[in-house]
Design a protein around this ligand. Sequence first.
Ligand SMILES: NC(=O)c1ccc[n+]([C@@H]2O[C@H](COP(=O)([O-])OP(=O)(O)OC[C@H]3O[C@@H](n4cnc5c(N)ncnc54)[C@H](O)[C@@H]3O)[C@@H](O)[C@H]2O)c1
Length: 326
Amino acid sequence: MTRILVTGGAGFIGSNLVRHLQDDDPQARLLVIDDFRTGTFNNLVSEGENGWAFRGEVIARALGELDLYSLIDDFEPDVIFHEASITDTTVADQAKMISDNVEPFETLVNIAVEDGVRLVWASSAATYGTRANGAAQSRRPFELDDAGAPANVYGFSKWVMENVARQALEQNPEAHLVGLRYFNVFGPGEQAKGHMASMIYKLALQMLEGKNPRVFRDGSQARDHVHVHDVVSATIAASADGVTSGVYNVGAGKATTFNQVIDALNEALGTKLPAEYFENPYPFTQDYTCADISRTRSNLKWSPRFDPRQAIIEYARQLRDQTPRK
Ligand SMILES: NC(=O)c1ccc[n+]([C@@H]2O[C@H](COP(=O)([O-])OP(=O)(O)OC[C@H]3O[C@@H](n4cnc5c(N)ncnc54)[C@H](O)[C@@H]3O)[C@@H](O)[C@H]2O)c1
């Protein structure tokens, strides 16, 4: 029987992952650790035609409060998927962001190395920051080596996690430690993220209320929007035996501008709501992100299945169908 530990399993990506793992292998023993700071039980149980219920165990505690060594000794996981993190990039308490995100991760890395457990963990495109300015200006995909100047403390915490994993691999090249730099993830299960939900979700909600979609002037900013089901398949691919350890980009490999997102949403919803532009109040937002996924394709034997425009249209229609009519 496969035994899998998912940290952050009540969150957006973690719960999609858990659902896939359970559907894929109903006999697998699944353990979620999540302190529900941004996750919700609603992500692990839902009604209706497409509903489901998680059948595994949940430990509702912060990773930093647990004795992870003895917990993992008892559970004996084959794989650890580490999704837990402070994900609100506007959290200003730098010490908390770094200690909450990095310290439990260091423990997981040590356990993975000592016990030979496969560890797949969430890094972020936020590790690119200003070192990718050249790539952003020439609008080319971000290569792995373009990372290294995160523009906020969240991105810095992920960068330090990458350093921890890299140093562990230098000492223990046989360890299975795979970090994934997710780009802008969207899809079912992100409702509870509030102001940190995807741009696609927030714009769709505005338009479903009949409001003009509001974006920074002039809407030409572009992001690599990747569907959560592609993120889940990449995460699972990263846990396969024989995968080369290291860090990989996980995106659609295509950049979609804010204006193109609005265009797709208008098509999905049958509306013609024009964008309402406003000045960007933040000096450091990235104008362009796009993942170079060539190494992800070759080393993880993974490719995204969802075309961003089509996936945005389908997702917006799902959101419309779930929204109670007035
Ligand atoms: N959503 C994106 O676009 C995106 C992009 C890049 C990277 N990521 C990374 O992917 C992972 C999942 O993100 P998400 O979008 O699902 O966010 P999320 O906030 O929905 O999920 C994070 C989960 O971790 C839990 N958690 C946080 N800190 C914890 C701790 N110390 N102990 C136990 N549980 C804790 C939260 O309660 C939540 O359920 C995160 O590591 C995030 O940094 C996400």
